[in-house]
Design a protein around this ligand. Structure first.
Ligand code: ADP
Ligand code: MG
Length: 235
């Protein structure tokens, strides 16, 4: 059986390989995209509707590969966690700024419950952002076009802090629920299926816990548990 060290080494080399390959693929892709656009322009007057559609399709598929590669790069970029004490209030507000416009354009009502200004968690700051943003992105993507609602509820206990992120979106079928953490598992036409597998690894790295509950057509609840930080001890 593979030791922990061996596993870490394998993951590290997979990461380097992925990053290398990703860069090599991106450049020719950019060239292809540009050429296709030039061709499309030159032929525009001769194109029938159907052929015009083919050009559109080519561009869309190239964009899709690009997105996959972007996610793969994110996956490869992971580094060892450096947990520190983090003020949850300022961190969450910082993240909210990043998704604010998306929430507004999709008319999603967002609220945070029981968030105190002095709650500290012990976690790698960059990885915490990756975790929460991935979960929020999924919640946004699942939200209905009307009356979407996302809530982050905080519960603090003696040694841990729990974030419950709830949406009233499409929900996850029982069958899919078993697979959501698998790399490349996706039910979206434009999805890469890497988000939650990254989240899972980052949660493990930070010695946290994750649990997902969902009812199809009703919504999804993601529970994230982190170690509580203490300003007095960690400064
Ligand atoms: P992607 O978002 O690229 O599909 P993820 O790993 O982030 O990949 O998610 C995997 C799958 O889990 C999604 O395709 C979707 O089926 C399901 N899923 C995750 N979060 C939610 C959610 N909040 N609501 C509904 N389905 C979800
Ligand atoms: Mg996702």
């Amino acid at each position: 059986v593979e030791s922990r060290i061996q596993r870490l080494e394998r993951l590290a080399s997979t990461g380097r390989l992925a990053a290398g390959v990703a860069h090599e693929i991106r450049n020719p892709l950019a060239g292809m995209r540009a050429s296709i656009q030039v061709l499309n322009k030159r032929l525009k007057s001769d194109l029938t509707g159907k052929n015009e559609m083919m050009f559109l399709r080519l561009i869309q598929e190239i964009d899709r590969i690009n997105k996959l590669i972007f996610d793969l790069l994110e996956y490869a970029k992971r580094y060892k966690a450096e947990p520190k004490c983090l003020n949850l209030y300022s961190k969450l507000n910082e993240l909210l700024d990043l998704i604010e416009s998306e929430l507004q354009s999709r008319h999603i009502q967002f609220s945070m419950e029981n968030l105190k200004t002095d709650t500290m968690i012990f976690v790698d700051s960059v990885q915490f952002s990756q975790i929460v943003l991935n979960i929020l992105k999924n919640a946004i993507e699942a939200s209905p076009s009307e009356n979407g609602k996302i809530v982050i509820e905080i519960t603090e206990s003696e040694f841990s802090v729990i974030l419950k992120i709830t949406d009233n979106g499409s929900g996850i079928s029982e069958e899919a629920l078993d697979k959501i953490f698998d790399p490349f598992f996706t039910t979206k036409s434009e999805g890469t299926g890497l988000g939650l597998s990254i989240v899972h690894e980052l949660i493990v790295e930070n010695e946290g816990e994750i649990d997902v509950k969902s009812n199809e057509h009703e919504g999804t609840e993601v529970m994230l548990k982190f170690k509580k930080g203490s300003e007095l001890i960690y400064g």
